[in-house]
Design a binder for this molecule. Structure first.
Ligand code: ACO
Length: 326
């Protein structure tokens, strides 16, 4: 029997839309280039004054309502984010306060776009020990605040959003069958923020040189992503002795349509099984996976007993996969 089950999902996407045509006016790019290379057509941007914990709270309230769980009954809150409200304290404790989840211990998890799948794996393990009965896992990013809006390599890719899921002990065959988490720090130079940490604290020079923004070697990230996600899906299939044909849905971190197509092609899984929203929201990093799950769930796509394959990868590189019996 699985350790834990996802009993509620929720998401929040800020209202303001930034289209590829808007970006054409900001940097030397084109709608055609962005769509062809990534599949992204528009993304959403948080309102002025809207911080990660605000968006996380909106997504969490929806997930808790669906789960029928009161905030005060939560045992742990795990927030995957690299764009928390501030360096200290964590977005998770600010979220705890906003929800009134007085009993929970709360912490942030830094695994970039893999933040939610890492959080899911950790929550599943906490539940397996019996230490935790109700876990809230959130992915939230306000990446538009840490992008260089003059760098066309990065600014066209990302958007803001939050996604949340509530986990509880499983009482039957439904639940998280396995999670598979991996990291390889050799990939660190492919995607990073050079300044603002202890290696390179903030100075006037770092600000002038725009070193507090995301830097990326897109080709390198692309290659690592396809290789790692293909491997982790294979690992999940082998562990559970299932075949790709058994998979009803793929819920994936949405970085780039071509990455998703390449990985699924290796297993002959049709794209019709993969819920795609990156055309509307762009790459929302850790928010992507739980938000996508919530959209598929609320659209009535997921039926009891369906086998769902999940996968995500981000800066680190850090990546993970999971198989879930819905
Ligand atoms: N508009 C127009 N031209 C651009 C843009 C842009 N927005 N960005 C880059 N270019 C140019 C480059 O400068 C380059 O020009 P050059 O040949 O004159 O030097 C040309 O387009 C080709 O650049 P490439 O980097 O080779 O383009 P590629 O086909 O690899 O596509 C992309 C770039 C979309 C970033 C791709 O590499 C990619 O998707 N990589 C994965 C990155 C990713 O998903 N990152 C998200 C974070 S990590 C994660 O979530 C998994």
């Amino acid at each position: 029997m699985p350790n834990s089950r996802i009993i509620g999902t929720g998401s929040y996407i800020p209202e303001k839309v930034l289209t590829n045509l808007d970006l054409e006016k900001m940097v030397e790019t084109s709608d055609a280039w962005i769509v062809e290379r990534t599949g992204i057509r528009e993304r959403h941007v948080a309102a002025d004054g809207e911080a990660a914990s605000d968006m996380a709270a909106a997504a969490s309230r929806r997930a808790l309502e669906m789960a029928g769980v009161r905030p005060e009954d939560l045992d742990v809150i795990i927030v995957g984010t690299i764009s928390a409200d501030m360096p200290m304290p964590s977005a998770a404790v600010l979220l705890q306060q906003k929800l009134g989840a007085s009993k929970a211990f709360a912490f942030d998890l830094s695994a970039a776009c893999a933040g939610s799948i890492y959080g899911m794996g950790i929550a599943d393990s906490f539940i397996a020990t019996g230490r935790v009965r109700r876990a809230l896992v959130v992915g939230v990013e306000v990446l538009t605040r840490i992008l260089d809006w003059t760098d066309r390599n990065t600014c066209v890719l990302f958007g803001d959003a939050a996604g949340a899921m509530v986990l509880a002990p499983s009482d039957g065959p439904s639940g998280i069958l396995s999670t598979h988490l991996h990291s390889d720090g050799a990939g660190a130079p492919a995607l990073y923020i050079p300044a603002g940490g202890s290696a390179r604290p903030t100075t006037e020079a770092t600000v002038r040189e725009k070193l507090h923004y995301v830097k990326m070697n897109g080709r390198e990230v692309y290659k690592i992503a396809v290789r790692s996600l293909t491997a982790v899906l294979g690992e999940a299939f082998a562990t559970n002795r299932v075949t790709p044909d058994d998979v009803s849905h793929v819920i994936a971190h949405q970085a780039n349509l071509r990455i998703l197509e390449s990985v699924l092609q290796r297993y002959a899984i049709p794209m019709s099984k993969c819920w795609v929203n990156l055309d509307k929201v762009g790459n929302t990093s850790s928010a992507s996976l739980p938000m996508t799950l919530d959209q598929a769930n609320r659209a009535g796509r997921l039926s009891r007993g369906d086998l769902i394959a999940m996968m995500a990868i981000g800066a680190g590189m850090a990546w993970g996969g999971a198989l879930v019996r819905w």
